[in-house]
Design a binder for this molecule. Structure first.
Ligand code: 6PG
Length: 474
């Protein structure tokens, strides 16, 4: 029997789904998990449910057996938990591999780790690529979006297989090489930061409907479902409608009303914010989304705050806001958020010398991933026209912003006047207002800096730097 050339290590939920996807849409593969019981369970389950695919899986009980089961040159996909486990598996694999084998880390790695592993791979001689995979379990099984990073020649060795298993947007595979080293994982982190922001803006509008307008979950679900037929069409709006419609089988209550209001996070959104700070890139909508998740987890503190200070009034006067205004606010907020995300990618591309293919990033996100939406196709077109420009200046988005920013302003002002928290929507609006203010207030900051630290400033009426004010002694 011909040996498979692809192997996959790590049979958790995502690993199992990706293995079946490869078996079904690309080629036979060998699979291995440190705990053999997991491998046995996976094989037994596949034999029972998808016997034709089970035939295409070669299970191995030991790492040595797994490596031996593969034809050379091998390509080994790691689907283990990000962080230490990846380093451990690589360390165990290296002595067993040849110089032309390839290790592919497909987990949610921090791009700094991927950079480090890529550099070590060059030193130690086993090729390595790191790729971001988005789409959850369903995506991994039936077509994720794939963002690759590492030496292009190694990506080219497996790109055919990756394109075969990736999601397709009108037939175009959503799998692209983004650049060297950790470029793929960086793009995936920004994807997740945007994911946090999209989710947060939806949650804020849900809050206005629930606490400001007294809408029931099912009614909110209907509104989201209707929005999903318009400009806001996206996977996240679609599933938010479904979440709002769901009923708890135990109590018969809307599921949303039973779920604790404390959001978890594995931290990829936080990484995006950290990297934006390092690069001095402004992504306030994503920052607000991370802040909101952190604040949500302070359940006891929030309850104490309500006891001590009382809840904000929240209830809106009749007609203060309506569905169309909130939809417009979401449209404007979303464009501003994506403009910031792409600006961060641009800053990183320059700083790390990646030449990130901006239109390709938007194209890869059109299908398979969590932030997939119709608008991403328009973003891909805008970035094709002007890859280095800020999205709000692209004619298509400029029109949408001009149309919908009044709705965003009305939404934020009304919500804040009644104590409804809208940190992400407000961050979008503040960012936009700053970005269209030619004369900002930073002249005051410069005056202060020079006053207490003689840091110097530039003048508007003369060339040169290092001017000082007439402050006298401070
Ligand atoms: C995806 C998701 C996926 C996962 C993240 C985010 O693109 O498929 O982003 O990677 O949902 O782990 O999870 P947290 O919300 O826990 O950070």
């Amino acid at each position: 029997m011909t040996k498979p050339r692809i192997g996959l290590i790590g049979l958790g939920t995502m690993g199992r789904a990706l293995a079946l996807n490869i078996a079904e849409n690309a080629e036979p593969l060998a699979v291995y998990n440190r705990t053999t019981a997991k491998t046995d369970d996976f094989i037994a389950h596949t034999k029972a449910n998808e016997p034709a695919l089970a035939e295409r899986l070669t299970p191995a009980e030991t790492l040595e057996g797994f490596v031996d089961a593969l034809a050379t040159p091998r390509a080994i996909i790691l689907m283990v938990d990000a962080g230490d486990p990846v380093d451990k598996v690589i360390a165990s694999l290296r002595p067993l591999l040849n110089d032309d084998d390839l290790i592919i880390d497909a987990g949610n790695a921090n791009f700094h780790d991927t950079n480090r592993r890529a550099a070590a791979a060059v030193e130690q001689g086993v090729p390595f690529i790191g790729m971001g995979v988005s789409g959850g379990e369903e995506g991994a099984r039936h077509g994720p979006a794939i963002m690759g990073g590492g030496p292009k020649e190694h990506w080219d060795r497996v790109s055919g297989m990756l394109e075969a298993i990736a999601a397709k947007y009108k037939g175009e595979p959503c799998a692209t090489w983004m650049g060297t080293g950790g470029a793929g994982h960086f793009v995936k982190a920004v994807h997740n930061g945007i994911e946090y922001a999209d989710m947060q803006m939806i949650a804020e509008v849900y809050g206005i409907f629930r606490d400001g307008m007294g809408h029931k979950a099912a009614q909110i679900g209907d509104t989201f479902a209707a929005w999903n037929d318009g400009v806001l069409q996206s996977y996240l709006v679609e599933i938010s409608g479904k979440v709002a419609h769901a009923t708890d089988p135990d109590t018969g209550e809307p599921m949303l009303d039973i779920i604790l209001d404390a959001a978890g996070q594995k931290g990829t959104g936080r990484w995006t914010v950290i990297e934006a700070q390092v690069l001095a890139s402004a992504i306030p909508v994503i920052e607000a989304a991370v802040f909101a998740r952190n604040a949500s987890s302070r359940v006891a503190l929030r309850a104490r705050g309500q006891d001590v200070f009382g809840a904000a009034p929240m209830t809106l006067p009749d007609g203060a806001l309506d569905d169309a205004t909130l939809e417009g606010a979401m449209i404007a907020g979303k464009i501003m958020c994506y403009a910031q995300g792409f600006e961060l990618l641009h800053a990183a591309s320059t700083h790390y010398d990646w030449s990130l293919p901006m239109p390709e990033v938007a194209r890869v996100w059109r299908e398979g991933c969590i932030i997939r939406s119709t608008m991403l196709n328009d973003m891909a077109s805008a970035l094709t026209e002007a890859p280095d420009d800020t999205l709000i200046f692209a004619p298509f988005f400029r029109d949408l912003i001009e149309t919908h920013t009044p709705a965003l302003r009305k939404t934020v002002a009304t919500a804040m006047a009644h104590g409804l928290p809208v940190p992400a929507l407000a961050a979008a609006l503040n960012w936009f207002d700053m970005m269209r203010t030619a004369r900002s207030t930073a002249n005051m900051i410069q005056g202060q800096r020079d006053f207490f630290g003689a840091h110097g400033f530039e003048r508007t009426d003369r060339d040169g730097k290092g001017f000082h004010g007439p402050w006298g002694s401070s």
